[in-house]
Design a protein around this ligand. Structure first.
Ligand code: ZN
Length: 448
């Protein structure tokens, strides 16, 4: 006897859709027929079934600019469950003084209350020769992706070209993957140095100080080092058409690059910075133009982009209170709960991407790049029973107050959405149904 059978749903995979029953026993998917009786049944007629969504880029309780992102691991994963996300990949908080395994240890401690499963990218802050042994140890601890920043020298997080060269050689040797935040800080600093205080008091100049050429230049430089060392590099939050073009160009020349973009770069543009509440949209990279959006959608449709993740890093209106300069704001936007509905509504319903792109970009892509496949990211026998039952017809409107993220602000306030998460199942357990979080604190596991 099975534990749970989901009947009559339309399963969506990167390769197509099919009508089938889906049987779960314990925490695993065990069959695609429902002949054998089961303890519990769910009727999913007229509903789509996706593998559980993986948000491969979140920042829960991240210390930044003298504050912390407003979601902790419980509230953030509760919101995730309500949005169909069954796995997040968050980041350790690296420092020049601590070791990478110690960073993993303390982040695992912080993540204990998580309501869905999680994994980590390890931040590498400051390169020194002992990092090689630390990376070896981290990989043994199931952390296979390592994060670097080409920007943020002021907060000490920047890796220079030499750091990246050494780190990439080590990662190539140990079969790890580098994740890189690509913005060229020399260009940013040069522009900033010529900007008056009055100009820095204008939110709209955030985009002026971090133009897309910063992204393009940094990607090209990083890709060059990637190519010569042979390491796999994943470019996070590609925000611009020229940034994406740099990725495509580098691949043609033999660099092993994968790349992601985020909903904010697909759906919002820099005009929001002219609004009275424009400061709430502070993010880096900043929001760009409608033309960039079109090029990123194209990249999702043609496979140039490998995944969509949110860079979920929420702050409340109070934390983002305007202090007189865009340099004083914490940067980041909430998104984990709205990822799937927005990509479906704005992408599939509007005809920009096919339905099969949803599991490719939100499930299988992130699972493969982050070493979680096939335990996660696929509707397959033996995989974790992580899935989303999705109502493609339901219409609703985004309001921050209805969402579960620990912030009073959504960048998509008032946006009409077609398609809604009806039920989320995490390792066989219902964690969201009937409009309510039904999971529990601590249910989430660190994925090994
Ligand atoms: Zn990030």
């Amino acid at each position: 006897m099975y534990d749970l059978v989901i009947r009559n749903g339309t399963l969506v995979t990167p390769r197509g859709t099919m009508q089938a029953d889906l049987a779960i026993d314990g925490q695993k998917i065990v069959a695609f027929e429902g002949e054998i009786s089961s303890r519990q049944e769910v009727d999913a007629s007229k509903k789509l079934i996706f593998p559980g969504i993986i948000d491969a880029h979140t920042h829960m309780e991240l210390p930044v600019s003298g504050t912390r992102s407003s979601d902790d691991f419980f509230t953030g994963t509760r919101a995730a469950a309500c949005g169909g996300v069954t796995t997040i990949v968050d980041f350790t908080v690296g420092t020049p003084e601590t070791t990478i395994p110690a960073d993993i240890e303390s982040r695992r401690e912080a993540a204990q209350p998580a309501g869905v499963d999680y994994s980590f990218h390890a931040e590498v802050i400051g390169w020194n020769p002992s990092r090689e042994g630390e990376i070896r140890e981290a990989i043994a601890l199931s952390v296979k992706t390592f994060k670097f920043y080409t920007a943020y020298a002021a907060s000490g997080r920047q890796s220079d070209a030499g750091d990246l060269y050494h780190a990439f050689r080590v990662l190539a040797k140990l079969n790890g993957t580098a994740l890189v935040h690509c913005e060229d800080e020399e260009i940013i600093n040069s522009i900033l140095s010529q900007m008056s205080a009055a100009e820095q008091a204008n939110m709209a100049n955030l985009t002026v100080t971090r133009p897309s050429i910063c992204e393009q230049t940094a990607i090209s430089k990083v890709a060059n080092t990637a190519k010569s060392t042979g390491v796999r590099v994943h470019i996070v939050h590609v925000s611009s058409g020229v940034g994406l073009a740099a990725v495509i160009q580098a691949r043609k020349q033999g660099a092993k690059l994968t790349a992601e973009t985020c909903p904010q770069y697909l759906l919002l543009d820099s005009n929001v910075y002219n609004r009275k509440d424009g400061h709430l949209f502070s993010a880096s990279p900043p929001l760009r133009t409608e033309e960039d959006q079109a090029q990123l959608w194209e990249g999702l449709a043609n496979g140039a982009l490998d995944l969509v993740a949110t860079d979920h890093c929420p702050f409340t209106r109070k934390q983002k209170m305007w202090q007189g300069s865009f340099l004083d704001l914490p940067y980041g936007l909430p998104g984990v709960e709205t990822l799937l509905p927005l990509l479906y509504s704005e992408g599939v319903v509007k005809g920009r991407i096919p339905i099969t792109a949803i599991p490719r970009l939100l499930c299988e892509g992130p699972a493969r790049i982050n070493g979680l496949y096939p335990r996660k990211g696929t509707l397959s026998i033996g995989s974790d029973a992580d899935l989303v039952i999705f109502d493609p017809k339901k219409e609703w409107m985004i309001h921050a107050e209805d969402l579960h993220m620990a912030t009073d602000f959504s960048p998509y306030e008032g946006v009409g959405v077609r398609g809604a998460v009806e039920m989320t199942i995490s390792r066989g357990r219902v964690v969201y149904a009937d409009g309510q979080f039904q999971g529990e604190r601590g249910w989430g596991q660190f994925i090994v």
